[in-house]
Design a binder for this molecule. Structure first.
Ligand SMILES: Nc1ncnc2c1ncn2[C@@H]1O[C@H](COP(=O)(O)OP(=O)(O)O)[C@@H](O)[C@H]1O
Ligand SMILES: [Mg+2]
Length: 259
């Protein structure tokens, strides 16, 4: 397909990435982040493969959100580096999206207008309609956020995050405020979207079962670095609740509470 020359029309084009628009690779080298005298991350090395779904678990305050903010380019390392698709994280912002526990929708804009905010080059009604369709909110396009349930608001936030087809989706406890059944529905939706779109995903969660259900790999963060990492080979989507996954969960919980 012939791409329009956006630069010729004064539209800034983002720096080129390796593997765009599918999953981008992440390389974290010798990463350190301190706040005053407190060393939160120390000499951390981590590679995430294009299209991988990685989860980060660990005790509260161990630095999970700090690490995610560094990958998002919302914060700068004290030492070391983070590259996203070969670019320094703070230059890769157009290619990644982040979701938090609160959906952070604009209350005075419709659901469709909120989703359109995810498009850096302005509104594209077809793309917005497609994103809303994928999160099963097509019939709520004209609603206000206040007219949605908590789960529907988080689905709108997911549509806003994915409407631009980012190479990387970062999730910081995105389902933490939802009830248990809505959580399961959202987990399945995130997994489906990942399978379909092929972006790289990093999920921070305090829910080890959620991490195991969604991820290809789970790392336990603690004492400034990675304590353990566990690869999860899944036979199919029906394995949730199986004895194998339960044993993996127990191993991860032991690693979190070992020290
Ligand atoms: N901007 C900041 N200024 C000072 N301290 C911070 C800042 N951000 C995080 N911290 C500290 O870094 C540690 C890790 O925080 P955080 O990454 O939010 O933990 P987690 O997400 O694992 O619960 C905490 O002790 C927190 O107080
Ligand atoms: Mg956190």
């Amino acid at each position: 397909m012939q791409m329009p020359d956006l630069a010729a029309h004064g539209v800034p084009t983002p720096p080129m990435l390796r593997h765009a628009p599918e999953g981008v690779e992440i390389a974290i080298r010798n990463l350190g982040r301190s706040f005053g005298g407190q060393r939160v991350l120390v000499n951390l090395d981590l590679d995430v493969a294009p299209g991988e779904f990685l989860s980060i678990v660990g005790k509260s305050g161990c630095g999970k959100s700090t690490l995610l903010r560094l990958v998002a380019g919302l914060d700068r390392p004290t030492s070391g580096s983070v590259t996203v698709g070969g670019l320094p994280a703070h230059e890769a912002g157009d290619h990644l999206r982040i979701m938090f526990q609160e959906p952070r929708l604009l209350p005075w804009a419709s659901v469709a207008e909120n989703v359109a905010i995810g498009l850096p080059r302005g509104p594209d009604p077809r793309a917005v309609a497609e994103a809303l369709e994928q999160v099963q909110l097509a019939d709520k396009a004209g609603f206000w956020p206040a007219q949605l349930s908590g789960g529907q608001r988080q689905r709108a936030a997911l549509a806003r995050a994915l409407v631009s087809h980012p190479g990387l989706l970062l999730l910081d406890e995105p389902l933490g405020a939802l009830d248990a059944l809505t959580r399961l529905t959202m987990q399945n939706l995130i997994r489906d979207m990942h399978d379909r779109a092929g972006f790289t995903a990093i999920l921070v969660t305090h829910d080890v079962a959620e991490a195991v259900a969604l991820s290809d790999r789970v790392i336990v963060l603690g004492q400034g670095g990675i304590l353990t990492e566990t690869r999860i080979l899944r036979a199919g989507p029906t394995t949730r609740g199986s004895a194998e996954l339960a044993a993996i969960e127990t191993g991860i919980l032991d690693a979190i509470f070992a020290r």
